[in-house]
Design a protein around this ligand. Structure first.
Ligand code: AMP
Ligand code: TRP
Length: 317
């Protein structure tokens, strides 16, 4: 297949801190697995991060770190266009246009907003409007598929609704319908307490943890007191080993939680070590990484400009 006939894959992660193993299995691994098949665009959602990270040094460091993480997990910069969201500010213009055709009650139904509200958090306008910026990210690049974890499914539906509404209101067919790409077996990766793994629940295992961190976190996986299979340990272990192997192992060590946790820690460490080593190598040359981001933004700018001209024309701006 030639470059131009490939379908567009797009996805992004917020630069809010170190990625964890659920980010990897739920999303990043799919980016790597699909990089030959699609014209892939993977970005660092720094504008989205600004809804929570409001510290100059932290945000810019997180952004560089995530670019390095992407490379370390195996995204090939020759195949994938890795870029920084804020390098293409046209996306905020498109989000504004989407704001104007979207109602407040509609956005109030977003899980992200409802969760924040349920927790009595102070909700900034950026957080409320988060799904519109995400819709703009997806639609501005003419994306065909968007690999994400299940927690982002509703945001994808919002992006699709928004494409449909824009096309209807302005009587055009500019936007195509993006499809979510969610792998069932890792749609919701559990954390060390058995709930969905999430930075905000502090139940996560960072992807580039040290061996010591892994051991400590694995030992703190919550297990019920009865004998038998420690479900939370098993469910994380499933990410690293096939179930046939695990069923045998867990049967052999029935009731021996410590031995099973040791086995899990060993498997996680074996998985993480080469990634960590690669990350250390890449991190030695941050300038090269920044240069890559800058060049990719320049390349994408032309496509995005073309799209925005069509949008402005359709709207009458
Ligand atoms: P975030 O850290 O919220 O920017 O998430 C980055 C990507 O990881 C998104 O595609 C999420 O859907 C995915 N993700 C985050 N947490 C999980 C989880 N516990 N299970 C599966 N995927 C996840
Ligand atoms: N909201 C996504 C998350 O928290 C990050 C994101 C922003 C994204 N824009 C996107 C993901 C566009 C896919 C496509 O994980």
């Amino acid at each position: 297949m030639t470059e131009t006939s490939k379908k567009v894959l797009l996805s992004g992660i917020q630069s809010t801190g170190r990625p964890h193993i659920a980010n990897y299995f739920g999303a990043m691994k799919q980016y790597v697995d699909l990089q030959d098949q699609y014209d892939s665009k993977i970005f660092i959602a720094d504008l989205h991060s600004l809804t929570t990270v409001q510290n100059k040094e932290e945000l810019s460091q997180n952004t560089l770190d995530l670019a390095i993480d992407y490379l370390a997990v195996g995204l090939d910069p020759k195949k994938v266009t890795i870029f920084k969201q804020s390098d293409l500010p046209e996306v905020t213009e498109l989000a504004w246009i989407f704001n104007c055709i979207t109602t407040v009650p509609y956005l109030m139904r977003a899980h992200s907003f409802k969760d924040a509200e349920a927790k009595n958090k102070e909700i900034n306008v950026g957080l409320f409007d988060y799904p519109m910026l995400m819709a703009a990210d997806i639609l501005i690049h003419n994306s065909d598929i968007v690999p994400v974890g299940k927690d982002q499914k509703q945001h994808l539906e919002i992006a699709r609704d928004t494409a449909e509404k824009f096309n209807r209101v302005f009587n055009t067919d500019i936007f195509k319908m993006p499809e979510p790409y969610i792998v069932d077996s890792v749609a919701i990766v559990p954390g060390i307490d058995g709930q969905k793994m999430s930075k905000s629940y502090n139940n996560h295992i960072p992807l580039f943890s040290t061996d010591e961190e892994v051991k400590k976190l694995v030992m703190s996986i919550v297990t019920d007191s009865g004998a038998g299979i420690p479900v939370n340990v098993y469910n994380i272990h499933k990410l690293f080993r096939d179930e046939k192997y695990l069923d045998k192992l867990y049967k052999e060590h029935e009731g021996k939680y410590k031995a099973l946790k040791d086995a899990l820690a060993e498997d996680i460490i074996a998985f993480i070590s080469p990634l960590r080593a690669r990350r250390e190598e890449i991190a030695k040359d941050p300038e090269a990484v920044r240069e890559m981001l800058k060049n990719n933004a320049k390349k994408l700018k032309l496509e995005v400009d073309e799209m925005m001209q069509k949008v402005r024309e359709a709207v009458g701006l």
